[in-house]
Design a protein around this ligand. Sequence first.
Ligand code: ZN
Length: 349
Amino acid sequence: MDNYPDTAAAPLPETDLTEAEVAPQLLPLAELHLHIEGTLQPELIFELAERNGLALPYSGLEELRALYEFSDLQSFLNLYYANMAVLQTEQDFADMTRAYLARAAAAGVRHAEIMMDPQAHISRGVSLETCVNGVASALATSVEDFGISTLLIAAFLRDLSEESALEVLDGLLAMKAPIAAIGLDSAEVGNPPAKFERLFAKAREAGLRLTAHAGEEGPPSYIIEALDVLGVERIDHGIRCMEDPDLVERLVDERIPLTVCPLSNVRLRTVDTLADHPLPAMLAAGLNVSVNSDDPAYFGGYVDDNFAQLQAVFELSDFDRSRLAANSIHSSFASEERKAELLDELNGG
Ligand SMILES: [Zn+2]
C-alpha cells in the first residue's frame, strides 16, 4: 500500500508534455465500471442476428451505427434494450464477453470487474443459466486468453422492484453462480438506494462484495444512502458528490472508491462537455477516483479512449494518470496478491 500516490496532493501539477508524447503509453489498470451489455458493437449485433435467424429493423451497419449518435438518455435506453434481443445462447454471451476482453486488453486493462444485468435477459425469456454461464465461460479463461483477471458482478435494475431483485439473487445463489459482487444500475432518479436495503443485506450475508451506482443523475444524498443504508464499499459514478463539501470530506477520509466514466457522462448529458467534467477537481480534492468506460460501444470509447480524450482536454500529468491507474487497482475486489502484481506492473516492476 506504500507505493500509493499521495492523493492529498493538490492542485494538479503542471505538465508540458504534448499529447503525442503521452498518448502511446498505456498504463496497466483495472476497469471497475463496465456493463457487458454495453459492449455490443454494431458488427457483432449483425453477426449474432444472422446466427440466430433474427431480422433486425435496420437496413445495414450504417443505419445502425447512426443510431449510436443518440440525442438523450431515452434514445440510448431504447437502443440498448432493443439490441440485447440478439443475445440468445450461451455462445452469444460468451462471444460478446470475449470481444470486450480483446478490446480491453488493447486498452491496457489487466483486471476487469464486469457487470451484467440478469433481469434484462430473464424479462425477454432468456434463462439465468444461459446469460450467467455464457459470460462466466469467457471469464473463466480470461487470464490465459487475454492476460486479464476478471470478476463478475450481478447488477440489478433499480427501476424494478426489490422483490424482483431478491428473486434473481436467490436464483444466482441457488445455482452457485460465480459472482463476486452485486451492483445497482439503470434509471437512478426516483429509485433511491434505500429501496434495496434487504437485497444488499442478503448479498452481504452471502459473502458478496457490494457496489452501487449513485450520484450520477441522482443527488448527493443517494451516495450517503448507498454507503449508510446499503453498506456499499464502492460508488459507481458519484460525480455529484462535488455538490456537497461535507460528503467530499467523508469520501476522502474513508477513501471510498468512485468509478468515474467521463465519456458516458458527456453522452448522457450529465455534463455538457468533457471540459466541464469534474474529474480534475475530484483529483485535486483527493478523492479516490478511477476512469472507466461504462457502456463503451454506446458512449464513444473504451478506457483508453477515455484517457486519450481526458488527456486532450485536461493535459493530465503523468502523475495523475498513474494515480488514476493505481486507484483503479487499489479499489478493485481482486485479491491482495493480484493487486500487488498489478501495482508492480504499474510501477515498472
Ligand atoms: Zn454504469
